[in-house]
Design a protein around this ligand. Sequence first.
Ligand code: DAT
Ligand code: MG
Length: 151
Amino acid sequence: MTTEQTLVLVKPDGVQRGLAGKIISRLESTGLKIVGMKLMQISDELAATHYGEHKGKPFYEGLVGFITSSPVIAICLEGPDAISTTRKIMGATNPADSAPGTIRGDYGVDMGRNLIHGSANEDDAVREVSLFFSDAELLSYKRATEPWIVE
Ligand code: DAT
Ligand code: MG
């Protein structure tokens, strides 16, 4: 197990639909630690940088339009295997293929409204966390429950 940080976004559909609490609760319940969190409006520039890998794809304009359409909640989660654990709880990119019990499987029906972003791998996670959070916004703290979460 490697201690990792990962970037999560509760996307505009999650915030608009009042599902942010439920989505964050599922991630928080794993024992992963919230080390940064804020409600924010993503600018066109930030969206273009964040989704740079998808530039030129047919869904790119819609994706950038959607992610900048209304506020998101950005979260930095920290803990053992935080990246893959978060991706598992999110479910597959297309909610239609996401298993029941996952966030996208339980709350979504459309690829373009899939509620949540989570960094895909270690390189993306490092890049995305520093894109959305300054050093001062990421807090280092201990929780009394930690020995009950990690051996
Ligand atoms: P993920 O969000 O699971 O990491 P991704 O990085 O491949 O998926 O794509 C980013 C987002 O773009 C995804 O959450 C939804 C949208 N998207 C991806 N592929 C798409 C497609 N074929 N049609 C429409 N939207 C798509
Ligand atoms: Mg991705």
